[in-house]
Design a protein around this ligand. Structure first.
Ligand SMILES: Nc1nc2c(ncn2[C@@H]2O[C@H](COP(=O)(O)OP(=O)(O)OP(=O)(O)O)[C@@H](O)[C@H]2O)c(=O)[nH]1
Length: 296
């Protein structure tokens, strides 16, 4: 039996459930899920290994009109990824419906040489009629459309089976037990960012970045020591993140620590600081320190 492998880009508008889908397909919490749009900023790779094949998923940042350097970088990364892969999996949201922007992107993707597969997600949240209506819109592009629910794990086996046809005879790029190639620091930072976004709600819209400055293992004690900094734009935001008596920061850190313990195994000792760096999103240099490398 020949072994097949390939790279598949996950793309679609913000908040349609790409990260949830990646996690559901790969089976371990890697990509970051949040109710806020635009939470995926890194190209997090999920690896699905089976006896006969390996699929490497790229979780691309949402495609949208860029508003600042970070946005420009995100769009560029998404488009580059779509060109370099064996297939593109476009995710649409049955709840919100197919947007004008989705149709623009689908038109572009359908005309490109890379095979395109479309998934209509969140079918658990709509009735059959609504799902059928959205599916009709998506079928216009003459590409396969799958109805799925990433959250309820519906239709995922069929989707994965279909995607296998785009794999090509090739090596196992990653060891069978590996689920991501992101450096642990980046994943740890994403965990903190996700918890902060969830806890702080709308008060600091996208105005934070997280850097893990130290990640050291003490194998004999089964302990990982992590130091991280949350960057925000304003003093008032720093106050919100820290919270009265430091309670908010404590809540963020302890929730993040739980996820880290699951990922790294053993105990995690986590220390988080909050620093103000005005306008951090528009500074290419800072973006690089935060792990968003333009050269990728
Ligand atoms: N009802 C329902 N909700 C879902 C499903 N999949 C994802 N969601 C929810 O949709 C929201 C966005 O999910 P994400 O996985 O973060 O979406 P994303 O496309 O990765 O978002 P970006 O990182 O902004 O591009 C979260 O609140 C998820 O819980 C689904 O199948 N059904």
């Amino acid at each position: 039996m020949e072994f097949k492998s390939g790279f598949i880009a996950l793309t679609g508008s913000p908040n349609v459930g790409k990260s949830t889908l990646l996690n559901a397909l790969v089976g371990t919490k890697i990509a970051i899920v949040s109710k806020k749009p635009q939470t995926t900023r890194n190209r997090i790779t999920g690896v699905l290994t089976r006896e006969d094949c390996q699929m490497i998923f790229m979780d691309t940042p949402g495609l949208q009109t860029p508003k600042n350097k970070l946005g420009e970088f995100m769009l560029k990364t998404a488009e580059q990824t779509a060109r370099d892969v064996d297939a593109v999996l476009f995710v649409a949201d049955a709840k919100v419906g197919v947007r004008e922007k989705d149709e623009e992107i689908l038109t572009r993707l359908a005309n490109s040489e890379t095979p395109l597969v479309i998934a209509l997600n969140k079918i658990d949240a709509v009735d059959g009629e609504r799902a059928a209506e959205q599916e009709t819109i998506l079928r216009k592009y003459g590409k396969p459309v799958f109805r799925i629910s990433a959250a309820e794990k519906l239709g995922l086996a069929e989707l994965a089976e279909y995607l296998k046809r785009y794999l090509v005879e090739g090596p196992m790029y990653y060891p069978a037990d590996m689920v991501t190639d992101q450096p642990e620091q980046v994943i740890a930072a994403e965990f903190i960012r996700e918890k902060a976004l969830k806890s702080i709600g709308k008060e600091i819209p996208h105005g934070i970045g997280v850097v893990v400055e130290k990640l050291e293992r003490e194998e004999d004690r089964d302990l990982t020591n992590i130091d991280a900094v949350i960057y925000c734009e304003k003093d008032s935001h720093k106050g919100i993140i820290i919270g009265a008596g430091g309670r908010m920061l404590k809540k963020i850190a302890s929730a993040a620590r739980e996820d880290m313990q699951m990922l790294f195994g053993g105990k995690v000792f986590l220390q988080v600081w909050v620093k103000v760096k005005p306008d951090w999103r528009n500074k290419a240099g800072v973006l690089r320190t935060l792990g968003y490398d333009e050269r990728q």
